[in-house]
Design a protein around this ligand. Structure first.
Ligand code: C2E
Ligand code: MG
Ligand code: MG
Length: 703
């Protein structure tokens, strides 16, 4: 067995259900596993085949062709040029050839593609003939006339389980293979009704088949049924049943030949489960979901009715992963799946698309309002925080809903509509739901054209940098400026960075915007005069994509040397959530910047998930407390205590604490008292154009 034994759990579980007669090869055709029973068939033993190409077992003159169809199969198993149960010549170790029947199943474990080939000696090489032939022969009058002895031998020695049953379904004879199949002695079988060993759910089957024969049907019946083994486990068999008739054509008894397909079926079930379910949550995956959706759509076109597709997107799930690690992240996803399942109706389908997305198909809705009810039910189960190892995690989600009736668009468009609605919800109604409306498609198109226009804007100088003064809270003096990008669109007027920065972040444009901001801000800051011997510093925002771009440090070095501004006068702002996107990488970049003499500020602190330990690791020079802490929509004691804790924490860790969004004199006084050194906000000044900066440099605000 070799290599496979060292593999993961997934492998071990798989091996446990693989029947003995299989070979497992990877996408390159390298053999990784050979079932024990194949040693005799191939002539190779003890893992001699492991690591060799499957072509070792193919006669030389057909190797080339086999290689071709194998490669094709690997790239698209559904095309199935290799077929199921196709017959092949197998080259044994001793160069003899045997005819085998091969059934292929593609599957994936550990993210790699594999193929399981079930290999059996083909019927003609089996000693006692194929069961179908056998049954036919048994039914012929000639065979009935054969000597008792020869017949008994054929029956007894047959490796396929076989029984004879009379017209009342009572077993009149059973061979050894059948006794082994259900784990009983012959004395416990012969004379008993076959239903005594049959699975309760399959009781009807043999009666139905008998009816058919009694009505004169000649062809042997083949079907699948289940027995219950003496030890309680279920045995699945493929049955071939033929009537034995007398000279007058009357059915006298039945010859039943069976094949144990339990392992095969379980394997298929597992592989199907694996192919159609997400291993982490056990929920349906996208393939299965789309299949159900197509069925639902077909039913709607036939019968009418209403359905809805809900796309659930977890808010800031990335932050959970980065903060608590993937292990907790995975547990959280599984926990969420369990809660969603609790409110999933039996007619509906819940699926996990991977990462932070779930899809829910709601069928048979009484009205479209019911889709909103379903959304609320799903959101409500997240209200209670999740607790892992004593850590509380609040996880919310945002839902986009697409409605569907008889005349709706096709299913691919439905999913896209749910996606557009999700996007709209993320923008305007986080933590809640939005139902798709065709006008939203307009806004999706609008977003796209905005990105195109942003390219033009960058080239045509529609972008500029404005500067918001940063004030020393003790003295009210302006000590620095944060540069904030402005876009003046020739037709649409001013467009907020809160609109265009996120759009640019989804394209490579963000890196260019970052470089533009750096060059412009540094070139302008070069001309700012010193006040009391110190020239104000300039803060430049860099978004996550820009910060994690390899070229960033180079661009900073270039802009610094181009402008001649001392590195000490530059602060790079990165938002908390961007810093957490890849903590290790953030650390490396931060360190390189600090070595250059450039300082790093952690922006919008308090809106992400950074834990204390990460803050200690990152050690930004400046901690910018998000304005939601500084001017909360609803004041409360809780809130004051939180603000105090955050300020004290930053100061204790040796960081300069800056409060964003100071809007009143009272907030100024309060923050100063708490130990905040710097502040910015509309109370002092909004961002101003570059020609107004000079007037603010020597300025001191009065409390
Ligand atoms: P930010 O970096 O946190 O910038 C502070 C934002 O708060 C600015 O909004 C500013 O005008 C606003 N603000 C300042 N004082 C107050 C106040 O007292 N009350 C209120 N309500 N708001 C105040 P702005 O200029 O619209 O920028 C929004 C965000 O867009 C920025 O948040 C930043 O994340 C991003 N951004 C702006 N310029 C750039 C840039 O050049 N590059 C990058 N990557 N992002 C930028
Ligand atoms: Mg900022
Ligand atoms: Mg901020």
């Amino acid at each position: 067995m070799g290599q496979l034994e060292q593999r993961t759990d997934a492998w071990r579980r798989l091996l446990a259900v693989l029947p003995d007669e299989v070979i497992v090869v990877d996408a390159q055709g390298v053999i990784h596993h050979v079932g024990a029973s194949l040693d005799a068939l191939t002539g190779y033993r003890d893992g001699e085949l492991i690591g060799r190409s499957i072509e070792t077992l193919i006669p030389p003159e057909v190797r080339q062709a086999h290689h071709g169809s194998r490669t094709q199969y690997a790239s698209d198993p559904r095309a199935r040029t290799m077929g199921t149960n196709a017959h092949y010549r197998l080259l044994r170790k001793d160069h003899a050839e045997v005819l085998v029947s091969v059934a292929l199943s593609p599957f994936s474990v550990d993210d790699r593609a594999w193929v399981v080939a079930a290999v059996r000696a083909a019927a003609s090489t089996q000693s006692l003939g194929h069961r179908a032939d056998m049954a036919e022969r048994l039914t012929s009058a000639a065979l009935l006339a054969e000597s008792e002895e020869r017949f008994r031998l054929a029956f007894e020695a047959n490796t396929s389980p076989m029984i004879f049953v009379d017209l009342e379904d009572c077993i009149t004879a059973a061979n050894d293979a059948f006794c082994r199949l259900i784990g009983r002695d012959r004395s416990e079988i012969v004379g008993f009704d076959s239903s005594s060993f049959t699975h309760p759910d399959d009781q009807e089957i043999s009666g139905a088949v008998r009816e058919r024969f009694l009505l004169g049907d000649e062809a042997p019946a083949t079907y699948v049924k289940r027995y219950v083994h003496r030890d309680g486990h279920v045995v699945i068999v493929e049955v071939s049943k033929s009537p034995a008739r007398d000279a007058a054509g009357r059915v006298r008894y039945f010859v039943v030949s069976e094949r144990d397909v339990t392992e095969e079926r379980l394997l298929v079930a597992r592989l199907t489960q694996q192919a159609l379910h997400d291993p982490l949550t056990g929920l349906a995956n996208r393939t299965l979901f789309e299949d159900r959706l197509n069925q639902a759509k077909a039913r709607l076109s036939r019968l009418g009715g209403l359905s809805a597709v809900l796309l659930l997107d977890l808010d800031d799930f990335k932050g959970v992963n980065d903060t608590f690690g993937h292990f907790i992240g995975d547990q959280l996803l599984a926990g969420i799946a369990r809660r969603f399942e609790l409110v999933t109706r039996s007619t509906d389908t819940l699926s996990h698309l991977g990462a932070d997305e779930f899809l829910y198909l709601a069928e048979d809705l009484a009205s479209f309002d019911e889709a909103a009810t379903v959304a609320r039910r799903l959101l409500d189960v997240l209200a209670e925080p999740f607790v892992f190892d004593g850590m509380r995690i609040d996880q919310r989600a945002t839902v986009g809903i697409a409605l569907c009736d008889r005349d709706s668009v096709d299913t691919a468009d439905l999913l896209q509509e749910a996606d557009v609605a999700r996007y709209e919800a993320k923008r305007t109604r986080r933590g809640s739901y939005v139902v798709f409306h065709p006008a939203m498609r307009q806004s999706a198109v609008h977003r796209f054209s905005l990105v195109q226009e942003l390219h033009v804007a960058l080239a045509n100088k529609q972008l500029s940098m404005h500067y918001q003064p940063i004030v020393e809270l003790a003295s009210g003096r302006v000590v620095a400026f944060e540069s904030l990008m402005r876009w003046r669109h020739p037709e649409r007027g001013a467009i907020s960075p809160e609109v265009f920065i996120p759009l640019a972040e989804r394209s490579s444009l963000i890196v260019d915007l970052g470089a533009f901001a750096l060059r412009t801000a540094l070139n302008e800051a070069r001309r700012w005069p010193a006040s009391r011997g110190v020239a104000p510093y300039v803060s430049v925002n860099i978004s996550a994509e820009g910060f994690h771009d390899d070229g960033l440090v180079g661009v900073i070095e270039d802009s610094l040397s181009e402008s001649g501004v001392a590195p000490e006068r530059l602060v790079i702002e990165i938002t908390e959530s961007a810093a957490l996107r890849d903590v290790t990488e953030t650390l490396v970049t931060t360190k390189r910047l600090q070595e250059l003499g450039v300082r790093v500020a952690l922006d919008d602190f308090g809106t992400g998930y950074s834990s204390l330990s990460q803050l200690t690791l990152l050690r930004p020079d400046i901690l910018k407390i998000d304005r939601s802490f500084v001017s909360p929509p609803h004041a409360s004691e809780d809130h004051d205590a939180l603000l105090e804790a955050v300020v004290t924490l930053g100061a204790k860790m040796g960081m300069t604490v800056l409060a964003e969004g100071i809007e009143t004199a009272e907030q100024w006084t309060n923050l100063h008292a708490l130990g905040c050194t710097l502040g910015q906000g509309f109370h002092f000044s909004p961002a101003v154009a570059r020609d107004q900066v000079g007037g603010l440099i020597a300025h001191a605000y009065l409390r």
